[in-house]
Design a protein around this ligand. Structure first.
Ligand SMILES: [Zn+2]
Ligand SMILES: [Zn+2]
Length: 762
């Protein structure tokens, strides 16, 4: 404001009598009554009333507004395998009625963004450019789009109300007829309120809006403004006044209009403000209001042009007709009050964005005739390659302090990665999507992104486990699954405990985990290509495997395919594909088994539960009433022995039983009065039982798979006594496991070919 003041002829500052008749108090009272009415057009007095009644809503700059939009939607705690993650719900886009693309994961980046905003609010100004950086195709754009849609939504709520003002110049008739003392309808209202704000259109000759959406309080001379602010902030020590409202002034154009009117009215502020119409507005990216995105090719973000003479200028008061009015334009102007996003900022030559970094430090842009005060949160996106190049630029150190860097990496959690495609790709696919197809693609992407951990960084017995951890084991660990089938329960626990440290291991490195590997774009194209394969009628996991195999042959096109393979299959594209193939086969085998009725997965928890019950009877030496027969009996020793064999108890059954009882006892001490969560306590035991039972039954299951394959081609070829059972199996696969006839046959055929025939027919 200081610089702006120098450039114009000085005017005697208009000064009203300080709140002569308790006006402010009355206005506040009236406004609080009508606040809920969502007023669209206000006189200046009405607006002042709103400020006094709801200072928290009206005394915000863009950073406080964005932060409040985050708070408006709230947060939710999500349980992740490595701990809790706090998620900002605005990224779920629940309010967008399914239109908005949800941001999957990225809670760390969300939290960082919110902290930066809170810092701006504390500092009173958005004094840094937020740079979201990450590999190509990480969800940087989705991230900002979520924020923009949240702002649009928030601005239509009462708490998110935003106001700007326009200058209203009435027709001669209204003006000459005694200014505010003439006519009916809108004129009557005008007379009553002492304002032209609500005049009907026919009574208005010219309406000039403020392009930069100056805060309406800027219209008050500084001393009077301070008085209003003091009244508004009284008793609200938690409110922090943004620099914008506390210290800056009107834009150049509004200043010219204000001064001309003040001169014409001999410094009577009330008469000047009668020309002000305060108008509620909403953020809209489509209408370029408060939310702007700028592509990398654009380079002019703000400029200034002279208002050309037209009807509206002719209608201005004589004092104004001789002033050359300039209005600012451009993205920084349109984004005022909200957010301006520079897509791929660092793709531009440094000179094209250097000024932005200076701008953000000063909070203003110098235009031809004036200075534009910035009131927007500036956000840019960049891929890691461009950021790295920028980092090597000699001037980078001087810019570093003006940047708030937030990393948006690729996801490393299979369930989250999968969600992206389930939500955004699957609905576009016209073919049937076979079970495990999307899962395979998501798991592949995650595996290509993982880095081999350095066991030297971990102390104790876990170091050995980490030395042996494979790429599929690490992916499983991050997904909250057991990292390796059949691993000792203590080892599983030790690895799970190390998961958080593993996730953080490379976080500080330039080559962090989540920087390289298959991008969601590649996964998307793998899925779409797999859905168009000539050799299948469904999008099947085999199509996905084939497309991945195809892609990995184009190593020259992808840097991540060129990384040298490391122990455990890390960056080893062949090993990753092999692990994926095994996993798909395991899943299909599980589906066949579950549909056979031979051993259903639900049986395993029941088995463990029953084992614990029998064991208690056995310990207490009690006789129990058998539910099936109604007879008294002893604890079922043969059942217990069978379970112990499956669980790998070894020859010393007594020691095993002791261990189980000790675990229950310890759990009781830790959670007194609570029922024993058997499944949780003995998850490892259940896994071992499951594996043993499956191994035992595998030959039977494979035989059933072979019959099923025959049945798919010709039910009559299956022996009559097995035909009904095989038909039922197929039905279960279709109804319960999501297969159609084509992909069921394909999956079972694959299983038989890979596991049954190769293993020698059993
Ligand atoms: Zn203005
Ligand atoms: Zn299918």
């Amino acid at each position: 404001m200081a610089r702006e003041t120098k450039s114009r002829p000085s005017q005697p500052p208009p000064r009203p009598a300080a709140d002569p008749d308790g006006l402010l108090g009355r206005l506040a009272e009236r406004a609080s009554r009508t606040f809920a009415e969502r007023r669209q057009i206000l006189t200046y007095d009405e607006y002042l009333g709103l400020v006094l009644a709801e200072p928290r809503v009206h005394l915000r700059d863009a950073s406080a507004y964005l932060r409040d939009a985050f708070d408006h939607h709230g947060q939710v705690e999500e349980q992740r395998p490595w701990g809790r993650a706090s998620r900002f719900r605005l990224f779920d886009q629940a309010f967008a009625g399914g239109r908005g693309e949800r941001l999957v994961g990225q809670e760390a980046a969300q939290g960082a963004f919110y902290r930066v905003l809170s810092g701006f609010v504390r500092d009173g100004r958005a004094n840094r450019l937020i740079l979201l950086h990450g590999p190509n195709g990480s969800s940087k754009t989705t991230f900002v789009q979520c924020i923009i849609r949240a702002l649009e939504e928030y601005s239509s709520t009462p708490e998110g109300a935003l106001y700007r003002f326009n200058w209203i110049f009435p027709t001669d008739k209204v003006e000459r007829g005694g200014g505010l003392g003439f006519g009916g309808g809108g004129r009557a209202a005008a007379r009553k309120s002492g304002s032209f704000a609500k005049l009907e259109e026919g009574d208005v000759d010219a309406r000039l809006s403020c392009e930069v959406r100056d805060h309406p309080l800027m219209l008050l001379p500084e001393s009077y403004r301070r008085e209003v602010l003091e009244a508004a902030l009284a008793g609200r020590p938690e409110l922090r006044l943004p620099e914008l409202i506390g210290r800056s002034g009107l834009c150049h154009k509004c200043r010219q209009i204000f001064d001309a009117l003040a001169a014409a009215y001999a410094g009577d502020l009330r008469r000047v403000l009668a020309h002000v119409q305060v108008e509620r507005y909403t953020v809209s990216r489509g209408y370029r209001r408060g939310a702007i995105t700028i592509g990398p090719q654009m380079s002019v973000d703000a400029g200034e042009r002279q208002i050309t003479a037209d009807r509206s200028l002719g209608a201005l008061p004589t004092a104004l007709q001789n002033v050359a009015l300039f209005e600012p334009f451009g993205e920084l102007v349109d984004g005022a009050g909200g957010i301006v996003v520079f897509d791929d900022l660092l793709k531009r030559p440094l000179d094209a964005f250097k000024y932005l970094l200076t701008t953000i430090e000063d909070g203003e842009v110098t235009l031809g005739h004036s200075i534009l005060r910035l009131n927007a949160v500036l956000v840019a996106t960049s891929n890691e390659v461009h950021l790295e190049a920028f980092r090597r630029h000699p001037e980078f150190p001087s810019f570093r302090g003006r940047l708030a860097l937030i990393r948006v990496p690729y996801l490393r959690e299979v369930p989250l990665e999968r969600e992206i495609y389930d939500v955004h790709i699957v609905p576009q696919i016209e073919r049937h999507v076979a079970p495990h197809a999307v899962e395979a693609a998501a798991r592949w992407a995650v595996m290509t992104r993982l880095r081999r951990p350095d066991p030297g960084k971990f102390a104790g017995p876990v170091a050995r486990l980490i030395e042996e951890l494979s790429v599929e084991g690490k992916a499983a660990l991050y997904a909250g699954e057991a990292p390796v089938e059949g691993l000792d329960p203590d080892d599983v626990k030790a690895l799970a405990t190390a998961a958080a440290a593993l996730r953080a291991e490379h976080a500080e490195e330039a080559d962090y985990e989540g920087l390289s590997g298959a991008s969601p774009r590649e996964v998307r194209s793998v899925l779409l290509l797999a859905a168009q394969r000539a050799d299948g009628s469904c999008l099947s996991p085999f199509g996905v495997l084939a497309e991945i195999d195809e892609l990995r042959r184009h190593a020259a096109d992808y840097q991540w395919l060129q990384r040298p393979a490391e122990k455990g299959g890390f960056h080893d594209q062949g090993a990753i594909l092999e692990a994926l193939r095994r996993l798909v086969l395991d899943r299909i085998e599980d589906d066949v088994r579950n549909s056979s009725g031979l051993v259903e997965d639900e049986r395993f928890p029941e088995m463990v539960d029953r084992y614990v019950k029998e064991l208690r009877h056995w310990v207490k030496q009690e006789r129990v009433v058998d539910k099936a027969t109604g007879q008294e009996r002893d604890a079922d020793g043969s059942f217990m022995a069978q379970v112990e064999k499956w669980a790998g108890a070894g020859p010393d059954a007594a020691a095993f039983r002791n261990e189980v009882m000790t675990r229950i006892g310890a759990h009781r001490t830790e959670h007194p009065g609570k029922p024993v969560a058997v499944m949780q306590l003995f998850a490892d035991m259940m896994r071992r039982i499951r594996r043993a039972v499956l191994d035992e039954r595998r030959p039977q299951i494979h035989r059933m798979a072979e019959r099923l394959l025959v049945y798919c081609d010709d039910p009559g070829a299956v022996p009559a006594e097995e035909r009904a059972a095989t038909g039922t199996m197929l039905d279960v696969l279709l109804q319960k496991h999501g297969y159609c006839r084509h992909c069921a046959r394909e999956a079972v055929g694959y299983l038989v070919r890979e596991r049954v025939r190769r293993a020698g027919g059993n």
